[in-house]
Design a protein. Sequence first.
Lengths: 209, 297
Amino acid sequence: MSASYLYPRWVRIWHWLNALLFAILIVSGGSLHFTGHPWLLDFATARPLHNITGLLLIISWVAFIIGNVMTNNDRHYRVQWRGFLGRLFTQGRYYAVGIFRNEPHPFHPSEAMKFNTLQQLSYLGVMYVLVPLLVISGAAFLLAVYLPDTIFGLGSIWVVAMLHLTVAYSLVLFVLVHLYIITTGDTVTTNLRAMLTGWHRDDQQETTK
Amino acid sequence: MLFLILLLMAAPLLAEPPAAATTNMTCLRCHGMKTLAYRHPSTGKIVDLFVEQVALSHSVHGKLACTECHDGDFAHYPHRAETQQRSLSCVKCHEQQDDATKRHYQFTTIDAEYAKSIHATSDAVEAAAFNCHSCHDPHRFHASQIGDSLATIIHNDNALCLTCHEQARLKHAWLPNRERHWETVRCLDCHTPVTDSKQPVSHHILSAADSNHDCVSCHSKNSQLLNRLYRYRAANDVASHGWLNTAIFNEAYVVGMSRSAVLDRLALVIIGLTLCVLLAHGIGRYRAQQRLLRKQQ
């Protein structure tokens, strides 16, 4: 068994704060969108809550970018194109087939690269495409008065709303899959512990290396 | 010589005609009294002649002299009948202003819209003497001010309609969340057509039958409300509270405005399917784990 320090303290703090913001935004956003349902928050509560949390998410995203630039954490987000498709296929095949045959994990996170290719691709999509689109459309919503009346011949608020909604639904999907994938470590809680302590324990590493 | 000096000294007194001494205070000496009123001889109604000084000074006409609108001969008391009966035309005066074409509201447009409104076309007895002043008291009227809360603007606006339309509450029994609507939407928002005149609100007040009963015209992607009160209001808010407060406390979200039934259904189906796949995946993993454990035993 080996252990590697994958998640420095700032990454862990950022991750859990971001997770909290996501949770609040999903609940309050759903309460605004589907208002009136008894399980949801009161509209008057959800409105400022969603707006304030949304602004905090902008700060959180900027903090993530600054953190990546200041430290060498951004190395995990640099795609290694050599053998990319092969690794993607291997990882995909593992989740689709290998995992049910108790095959060993094809990827072993290390301090040089903590993400498998599938993971890296989805985090790149989330942090560098979806979250920026989400906060830009959210900010546009809040400051709708500055928008032109129409974008591409459609009402601009409608364009902004549909973008915000589509991205929000995509991120809900991401969160669901993310929560599930956490449990696919060597044990159900291996990955969760890693994000709490920073240390990733790899039981198979030495036998398979 | 002495005569000449006396004449020169007296000249200012002689040159001042009595009418020029009429300032607003001269009028308000009487018209500022709350009790100034009389009973109209033919209708028997009390005609209120009181002008509240503070309200007047805060109104859009606060900087005008009384005599700029009331330009007849008011030197005598009681004022002469022909001076009293002269009608005042809002549109005529407002169209003569230098900045008439640059204003939020074009008075010729207002005139044209009003001519089509139920207030002008109705045969009802109550609507017989309807004119601008029925709603806009020229001695206190002012447009919504920056800094007034949206709730206050809506409340004041609706209170104006409700002073005559006493049955309104009863007639809106069909409206879901009636009180909530009345707190957040002006009567005008449903009771006027959406116009292209670029004016914040139309003066073409519709009859009850012609008014908007369609929930979708506000609770949809082309929300009328956003193009009216709220957009205008948001601009004011940014000016007075700054963009951060406007962003956090903005009141411009209309339920349903950002909703697309197709997108919602599609997203919920995909999320549902994903949950099913994840569940099946988890069960598959659990069974694989069980097989492994059995093999090891």
